[in-house]
Design a binder for this molecule. Structure first.
Ligand code: SF4
Ligand code: SF4
Length: 60
């Protein structure tokens, strides 16, 4: 299951980018981060480090 970043909560700190073992997170032109669902392996590491609790498993 892929995780997803809520752009309304993300402050663009990029902390999540540095911890993703799958390199699934990149920054977008608006400065916020986005997760590539085709690369995310659902480990939850990014969600654990996000200071804004902006990352959660994508609802089905
Ligand atoms: S760690 Fe959270 S607030 Fe920081 S860039 Fe990632 S999703 Fe946004
Ligand atoms: S859940 Fe794991 S694999 Fe998916 S984006 Fe977050 S850190 Fe990367």
């Amino acid at each position: 299951m892929a995780y997803k970043i809520d752009p309304a909560k993300c402050i663009g700190c990029h902390t999540c980018m540095g911890v993703c073992p799958a390199m699934a997170i990149s920054d977008s032109p608006d400065g916020k981060c986005v997760i590539d669902p085709t690369k995310c392996m659902g480990c939850g590491t990014c969600a654990a480090v996000c200071p804004m609790a902006a990352i959660a498993p994508e609802a089905k």
